[in-house]
Design a protein around this ligand. Structure first.
Ligand code: SF4
Ligand code: SF4
Length: 423
């Protein structure tokens, strides 16, 4: 059956209660999605399954169910991983429904004033990535000065309620200027745009630098527009769909150059959000690994061998939304000697899911535990994943257990084998 895209909201317009009810009404309660749902598999509670959640959403919309803390708990526990969508014969657009239901619920929700302020501050900071960049030096100084160890040992972080968020923070790479035009030497094969994301500019700048390095080596000039902003994923999944639409407009304008033959992203979470925005970006949007695995002129690239097993963690955004999870394998197979394998349990979310690991720590930890066990039995010394949020979550889990296994973006790993150093 062809999905009914007429239910999609028009740009700038939130969906009506009727539209939401229509989408929820497409669920025929067959239950085929239920065993695929990570939260249901952990709790075995129907209210934590896609079918149970859709039932609750329909009842809320029809005012047959009050918006109780218990209902909110079951809805909030959803990861928006969208494993249920792939299993659904009625093609219920669960992601669309979940995002827009959160926006529908938000005005009715009683949040403590402190939480409301924090939420506004976070949303506001993400839409201005230059603010994040300007705090990077402070965080680097915190990590390099020994203050981090002191704060961790002294219990200060726990007292401030920052222990979990701080534990997710990777060692921040050097701040290398990324914006502007990075021209390929000689006559370029073409020009592509690079989407940076917001948090990834801080935590995964080495992957973004590596992407520019490989693209230039293969003859592509890379345009990194200054005016680009956050993809809006966090806003979209947390009831601020209006802000997400504004950010989509900003990015459409930023990437408006007609010279771009493609716009590449290096974070599948951002890519999934950008891919579903309407109207779409002005040039084809592609995952960097997809673009590179199809690119020409690899014969000229010198890739040093790596006799290692690399296990690939497939992010939900790549597997369930973009359906481009094979690209990471194809790219990594360019490394001579590397043995590339899928990480067991790739059909289940790792629990990172944007801000989920901070908002729902108990469920996030249960899901992370399964991944750490899968990594231990894999024998891999390197985990590759194309979503920086998953990478941070997995790396934090490995660090907590004292396991020295690298978690890297496939593009960074290939660039490193080509001699790239993030300096
Ligand atoms: S999006 Fe994921 S967690 Fe949410 S109901 Fe669907 S399968 Fe379950
Ligand atoms: S598979 Fe689709 S139709 Fe069946 S219960 Fe799940 S959401 Fe409803």
């Amino acid at each position: 059956m062809i999905p009914d895209h007429s239910l999609r909201s028009l740009p700038g317009e939130p969906p009506s209660t009727i539209r939401l009810s229509e989408e929820a009404g497409r669920c025929v309660a067959c239950g085929l999605c239920v065993p695929h749902c990570p939260t249901y598999r952990k709790t075995l509670n129907e209210a934590d399954s896609p079918r149970g959640r859709i039932f609750m959403m329909a009842a809320l919309l029809e005012q047959r169910l009050p918006l109780s803390p218990e209902v909110l708990h079951h809805l909030d526990l959803c990861l928006t991983c969208r494993a249920c969508e792939n299993a659904c014969p009625s093609q219920v657009r669960y992601g669309w429904l979940a995002d827009n239901m959160r926006a529908w619920i938000e005005p009715q929700r009683q949040r403590p004033a402190g939480q409301q302020r924090l939420r506004r501050m976070l949303f506001d900071t993400l839409r201005r990535p230059y603010r994040l960049r300007s705090t990077a030096w402070l965080l680097r100084a915190y990590q390099a000065s020994g203050l981090q160890q002191l704060a961790r040992k002294s219990g200060t972080l726990a007292a401030l309620g920052l222990e979990r968020a701080e534990a997710q923070l990777p060692a921040l790479p050097k701040n290398r200027p990324l914006h502007g035009m990075h021209a390929a030497p000689g006559t370029p094969r073409g020009t592509v745009g690079l989407f940076l994301g917001c948090v990834a500019q801080l935590t995964d700048a080495s992957t973004l630098g590596a992407a520019i390095f490989i693209l230039n080596r293969l003859g592509y000039s890379v345009d990194v527009p200054h005016a680009q902003t956050c993809c809006g994923a966090l806003h979209q999944h947390n009831g601020a769909t209006g802000t997400a639409r504004e950010l989509a407009d900003d990015n459409r304008r930023a990437f408006g150059s007609p010279a771009l033959e493609a716009i590449l992203h290096a974070a599948s979470g951002c890519g999934a959000t950008l891919a579903e925005q309407e109207p779409s970006l002005p040039a084809p949007l592609l995952d960097i690994s997809s673009f590179l695995s199809q690119a020409q002129d690899w014969e000229q690239a010198q890739i040093a061998p790596l006799q290692q097993t690399i296990a690939v963690h497939e992010p939900c955004s790549s597997r369930n939304v973009l359906h481009d999870q094979n690209a990471a394998y194809q790219l990594l197979q360019r490394i001579p000697g590397a043995s590339v394998m899928p990480l067991h349990g790739n059909d289940q979310c790792c629990g990172a899911a944007g801000s989920y690991a901070l908002a729902q720590p108990a469920m996030a930890d249960l899901l992370l535990r399964d991944k750490i066990e899968a990594i231990k039995v894999s024998g891999a010394r390197i985990i590759a994943t194309s979503n920086p949020g998953c990478a941070m979550h997995l790396a934090a889990g490995l660090r907590a257990e004292g396991i020295a296994i690298e978690v890297l973006h496939p593009v960074y790993l290939v660039a490193r084998q080509m001699g790239y150093e993030h300096a």
